[in-house]
Each structure stands twice: as C-alpha cells, then as structure tokens.
Design a protein around this ligand. Structure first.
Ligand SMILES: [Zn+2]
Ligand SMILES: [Zn+2]
Length: 262
C-alpha cells in the first residue's frame, strides 16, 4: 500500500498526493456503496419473504442518498488519513504484509472497532449528541440508503478509528483497507431491511449479529448498539430482550418463505 501511495501523481507534493489518495478512496467508497446496494435491492426484490418489518419506509431513497454526502466524504477522509499517517511514518511501523498478518490484524481491528463503535454509538444517543445522530434515525424502517446517512460529526466520531488505529496497532495497510471494505459491505447488508444472515452464529451463546440486530436498533431505538458482535450489548444490558427469540422466529419464517405479518 505504501508503494501504491508513493506512486500517486504529485507524490513529491504531500498535499496533492493526499488529496489524490482521498479522491481515489471516495471513488472506491461510492462504487462499493452503489454496487452493493444494487445487488442487495435485486436480491430483496426476488426474495421478498426475507423482509424483516412488515411496514415500508416512508423516507424516499433520493433524500437518504442526498444526506449521505458526509458519509461519502468523511469515511474515505479518515481512511486516507490513517493510510497517510502510516506512509509518513507517524504511526507504528506496520507489520510486513502476508496472508497471516493481514488475517490476524483484520480480526484484531474488527474486535477493537466493535467496542469503539458500541461506545461511540451509545454516546451519540445521549441528549448532548443525539442531534448529530438523528438524521441516521429518520426512519424506523432502514434501507441500504440509510447506511451512510450521517452528519459530519457522527461520521468523524465513529470513523476516526481508521486514523488512531495506526498509532496503536502495527496493522498492515492492506488489512486496514480490507477491514474498512468489510465494514462497509456489512453496514449495507445490516441496513437492507432484509434478513440474509440469521444463522445460529447470531444467537446466544454465539457472539455475532444478523440483520435483525441493527434493524431492531432502528425500530426500537434504545437497544442493539453493537456492530458485528452482540457481546457488548449483552454485557452492558442494551440488547433487545427479545432479540434471540426474534432471530429464531425469523429463521423459522425464512425456512417457510413466509413474509412478515402486517
Ligand atoms: Zn443509533
Ligand atoms: Zn443504522
């Protein structure tokens, strides 16, 4: 990755090289966003029984996309700054890139980010900060287009992880990039409103979540603050008390291809 950054046009000019990196990552982010959203929408249309809530969103996709610009710009900005800090040797020297180092640091980053996201997300739900998070909660029925609907403060608070992580972990740049890519795709699936991941891994005592988890955060508002794992919600008492039962019920409904009851 450092070699790639070194090849950027104007690499001898730090500002222009950074702006080029940021622009490239915006393009990457937006392509992944719309590409994954298109696949999820097509899947949802052909598998309507996967819908989690019976009601439909009343928020038009155009307004969700319009209010996603802080997300489209802010997340790539944080990722660019993290990669740039590594390139400039401001952070910890990253480990050599190999299959094992990428895999291990990908998993460590996922675990650390999950606790970080849980904590910041709970902070964003306090009365002091909620006004900065409210656009993300305009509809109790999320869609793929809700994923990046953030204010600038909201996105910087959650995604600054991509900056500070390079100062505490010798994470190979490729692992950071792949971690961010997985988090983006996971977020789009998690907001799709359709259940694609209700396996046993999402039910106690397993630690993972399925789409029903974050869908429930939008529907119920005071529960389910985690991202990839349910352990923080279970540990700090913020998991919807009916979450496991709901996942079991969704699994049964999906097995029979039954849409949700109105
Ligand atoms: Zn929230
Ligand atoms: Zn959300």
């Amino acid at each position: 990755m450092n070699e790639i950054i070194g090849l950027l046009p104007y690499a001898e000019n730090a500002w222009l090289a950074f702006l080029t990196l940021w622009a490239a990552l915006i393009l990457f982010h937006v392509s992944i966003h719309f590409g994954t959203a298109a696949i999820l929408i097509a899947l949802a249309r052909s598998q309507k029984w996967r819908k989690i809530q019976a009601r439909e969103t009343r928020v038009p996709a155009s307004s969700e996309i319009r209010e996603s610009f802080p997300g489209f710009l802010g997340t790539p900005f944080c990722l660019s700054l993290g990669l740039w800090a590594q390139y400039q040797d401001w952070g910890l020297p990253p480990m050599e890139t190999s299959v094992w180092t990428v895999l291990v640091f990908f998993l460590i980053a996922t675990l650390i980010h999950d606790l970080w996201f849980y904590s910041i997300h709970r902070l964003l739900h306090t009365k002091w900060l909620f006004k900065w998070h409210i656009p993300h909660h305009k509809s109790p029925v999320p869609t793929v287009w809700t994923n990046d609907r953030f204010t600038l403060l909201d996105v910087l608070m959650t995604q600054c992880f991509l900056i500070w992580v390079v100062f505490v972990l010798p994470i190979p740049p490729l692992a950071l990039l792949l971690y961010r890519l997985s988090d983006h795709i996971k977020g789009l699936i998690g907001h799709s409103g359709f259940e694609f991941a209700a396996s046993r891994l999402a039910i106690w005592p397993m630690p993972f979540v399925c789409v029903t988890h974050h869908d429930g955060h939008h529907e119920l508002f005071h529960y389910n603050f985690g991202n990839t794992l349910s352990i923080w919600d279970r540990l700090f008492g913020t998991l919807d008390p009916e979450y496991d039962a709901k996942v079991l019920a969704v699994r049964e409904r999906l097995a029979e291809k039954q849409p949700p009851q109105k």
